[in-house]
Design a protein around this ligand. Structure first.
Ligand code: SF4
Length: 394
């Protein structure tokens, strides 16, 4: 009996029997079954099931993107309790960039091989709608091939409200200016009782989902998220996943799901311990099994560390997110991970798990595939050296 057969016979025993058979047959899990998975302490069995589902969808490939984060401003009219990023106009460390400053960052990013700019900010009290459209046009003028993944659902609602436009018209005008994809941020936890405890004043679950629905029905694509490990219960997580799965059934517009581990510093939530490794791995695994209509599950290294994100590739994840270059939102909330990863580090992390590294674009299409054995991949090493030397001189 080989190791796979041994694992299969192990999973068919006891508490896992019916669940494993469902996963193997590609059948849909109910909310009750997802909760059972969450409540199990048998992390390795859960990971084996999630890997089975992941391999069926993505084979041996695991991906990352060469991207760059830009926060155009940290001024925000809201004060979500979990947020360490937002500032008021009276704060000395508030900031906002001009369109030309953002274009200059884009030029620097392009020089190190970035294919995607990931751009979000707070809900700015006064910037006109033309600022956002001019920003998108200026970035496309830098290089039309740069993929612009910008704005959370609450930013879209805010822009629409400030400009007195419908959400559909707002999205249409942003798309005409160059918007390629919406980001998935701001989903937090959908259940209203929890949402009001961590993000009072923020858009409702229905509003978040409706912005994405509107965008998907226009032919747009986006990712989605869940902030876990604070005051929510496991049942709240399952409820959140169900709502995402329902919308995906309706639109098929989500390209991937990104579970975000809560960061406990510099905020008003009385939880001072971030999610454990066990909790993060089981959340990724249950997400992979339950979200059967999603192609991709991301292990977000900024919150997890690259080491745990790498392990998550054997617990249902098939994507490590991006090189990022400069992350602020999680780091202001206490993340101790580096500000960036090089392409070589991503490739090494993936290859060590026995998977084939793939550099992807915003829509998870392959840009580059590393088939060469370790130590013989001059392309990967060369690109990383460029990245590092450019950053060193920045
Ligand atoms: S999470 Fe977003 S909307 Fe909430 S305070 Fe922070 S920047 Fe503003």
């Amino acid at each position: 009996m080989d190791s796979v057969q041994k694992m299969n016979s192990f999973l068919q025993q006891g508490e896992w029997r019916g669940l494993y058979e469902k996963a193997a047959a590609g059948e849909r899990f109910s909310e009750k079954e997802a909760l059972r998975l969450f409540e199990s302490k048998d992390l390795n069995a859960l990971g084996a099931m999630a890997s089975l589902v992941c391999r069926r969808k993505n084979g041996a490939r695991a991906s990352f993107i060469v991207n760059c984060y830009i926060n155009y401003s940290n001024y925000c009219i809201l004060s979500c309790q979990f947020c360490a990023f937002a500032r008021k106009k009276r704060d000395a460390d508030g900031m906002q960039f001009t369109v030309e400053e953002i274009a200059s960052k884009a030029r620097a990013a392009l020089a190190v091989g970035v294919t995607e700019l990931h751009i979000v900010g707070g809900l700015h009290p006064s910037l006109p709608f033309s600022y956002y459209t001019e920003m998108l046009r200026a970035l496309k003028a830098v290089d039309a091939r740069l993929q612009l993944k910008c704005f959370t659902a609450i930013e879209i609602l805010h822009l629409a409200w400030m400009a007195r436009k419908s959400v559909a018209d707002t999205l249409r005008e942003l798309r005409e200016a160059g918007l390629d994809s919406l980001t998935g941020g701001g989903a937090e936890i959908f259940r209203p009782e929890i949402r009001s405890r961590i993000a009072r004043g923020k858009e409702s679950a229905e509003e978040y989902l409706d912005v994405h629905r509107t965008w998907h029905k226009m032919g747009g694509r986006s990712t989605c998220t869940m902030l876990y490990g604070h005051v929510e219960s496991l049942a709240d997580r399952v409820d959140h996943l169900r709502q995402l799965r329902d919308l995906q059934d309706e639109t098929r517009g989500f390209t991937g799901f990104v579970p975000l581990p809560y960061q406990p510093e510099n905020n008003d939530i009385p939880v001072r311990v971030p999610p454990t490794g066990f909790d993060s791995l089981r959340t990724i695994a249950v997400s992979r099994i339950y979200l059967d209509n999603f192609d991709h599950i991301t292990a977000y290294w900024v919150g997890l560390s690259l080491k745990l994100a790498q392990v998550a590739l054997n617990y249902g994840a098939d994507d490590l997110h991006g090189t990022i270059l400069e992350e602020h939102i999680f780091h202001m909330a206490g993340a101790t991970t580096p500000q960036l990863q090089t392409e070589a580090e991503m490739v090494k992390a993936i290859r060590e798990t026995g998977r084939t590294p793939v550099q992807r674009d915003t829509f998870y299409q392959p840009v580059k595939i590393w088939n060469a054995p370790p130590g013989e991949d001059a392309t990967a090493a060369g690109v990383s050296q460029v990245l590092e030397s450019n950053l060193a001189s920045a």
